[in-house]
Structure formats: C-alpha cells, structure tokens
Design a protein around this ligand. Structure first.
Ligand code: 13P
Length: 221
C-alpha cells in the first residue's frame, strides 16, 4: 500500500467511525448529515444517502479542489459547503454536518446561540450564528455557510441543522457535540420562560479570556 493509500484508508475509517458516533451520541439520525476530511488537493467525504452502518472505507468519495468526484462515485449532496470551508480556512481539516435535535430546534426559530456558557468560545466567538435558509446541496447554501463561518468554527443552518469545522475529525465531532449541548441549555432557558433578549450571558471580554485559555486546553488534535 502506498503512503497516500494508507492515509486515505485511515481517514476514511475515522470518517465512518465519527458518523457512527454521531448516532450513538444522539446528534444525528438515518442518512442525514455528512462528514469530510481534507485530503490532498481536495477532500474525502461520505457518499450521498447511504446508511452509516453500511459504509466501508471504499465508499468514502474523493472530491478534488474543482469539486470533481472520482468517476462513478456520488459524494454527499453537501460537498459544496464542505469544500468551500477548506478553501476559505486553511486551518480546518474536518467538517461535520448533522441535524442534531436541539441545534436544529434553534435553527428552525432562526436563533443564534448566545454566550449562555463559556463553552461558546470553542466555536470561536461570543455566539454561534444561524445561516439563513437555502435548499440543501446548493451553491446558495454553500455561500451562506461560508459567510456564517467567516469568524466562527460552527454555525446553525436555518430549518436544517448545524455545521462544525476543526483541525481534525475527532475535534470537529467534539465541537459538534458541544454545539448541541449549548443549544440544549439555551432551549431549556427559553422553555423556563427566559426571552432571547433577557437570557443571562457572559460579556465579550470574558469570552475572549476563555478563548485564549482554550489554546492550551482540550483535545490537542
Ligand atoms: P447526503 O446524504 O447527500 O449527505 O445529505 C444529507 C443531508 O443532511 C443534506 O443536508
């Protein structure tokens, strides 16, 4: 096996394991969602509409930097925003998309998650924004995702779900799960009667302090 083939097989296995873990964590269901990893001049990504339990390493599709998939392979319909994230953020090496229940509930209400907890800093700033709705799999959605992620590592997708991007598959999955937990806390505050405008939140200066501390805390890669 050539070194590139070995790396591809390893990343493909990590993508499949992360897909299965999303199901175990309760942050995705059925054939919803997709995961990719930067690879060579493009990326490796889950195939479209395939149950995760049936995936083998050979099913993970390579898409090059022009958006062209390997012959005979059908990548996730969301390959556009995955590729666009890698092209706009050279520090991102993995992207996770899912339809997590609490994050998607907020996305349906078009609500960004505010700084209700210091873990918001893990996504890069004082909130997790919500990208406006566009049909799944379109260039329009890709542009909206790139805009929402300009200063963030994660965002919600209105009437759709969430996206998390990070330096590795393990970290992107970790961030996606943290976003879902933040969404759950915020949903519970709203259910207790807090209004979005009056929900207690941390000031921007404190989020900046926590963000700096995160440089030496948490998953290393
Ligand atoms: P794919 O099966 O094409 O990855 O689509 C799932 C999805 O969640 C679309 O947003």
């Amino acid at each position: 096996m050539q070194p590139n083939e070995a790396t591809r097989a390893l990343l493909s296995r990590q993508i499949i394991d992360a897909c299965l873990e999303m199901g175990r964590l309760g942050i995705n269901q059925g054939t919803a969602g997709n995961i990719s990893s930067r690879f060579q001049d493009g990326m490796l990504i889950t195939p479209t509409s395939t149950p995760y339990g049936e995936l083998t390493e050979d099913d993970i599709v390579f898409v090059d930097s022009r958006g062209v998939p390997e012959t005979g392979c059908l990548p996730s319909t969301e390959w556009r925003f995955h590729l666009a994230i890698y092209q706009h953020h050279h520090d991102r090496h993995a992207v996770v998309h899912n339809h997590a229940p609490y994050a998607t509930s907020l996305a349906i209400m078009n609500r960004a998650i505010p700084a209700v907890h210091y873990m918001i800093a893990a996504a890069g700033g004082t909130d997790i924004p919500c990208a406006p709705y566009a049909t799944y799999g379109t260039e329009a959605l890709s542009l909206l995702v790139v805009t929402a992620l300009a200063e963030r590592k994660a965002c919600l997708l209105q009437h759709h779900g969430m996206v998390a991007s990070e330096v590795s598959i393990a970290k992107a999955l970790w961030l996606a799960n943290e976003v879902e937990l933040l969404a759950r806390w915020y949903c519970q505050l709203l259910a207790c009667g807090y209004q979005p405008e009056t929900t207690p939140r941390l000031p921007a200066e404190e989020i900046a302090v926590v963000k700096a501390k995160f440089n030496s805390y948490g998953l290393r890669s």
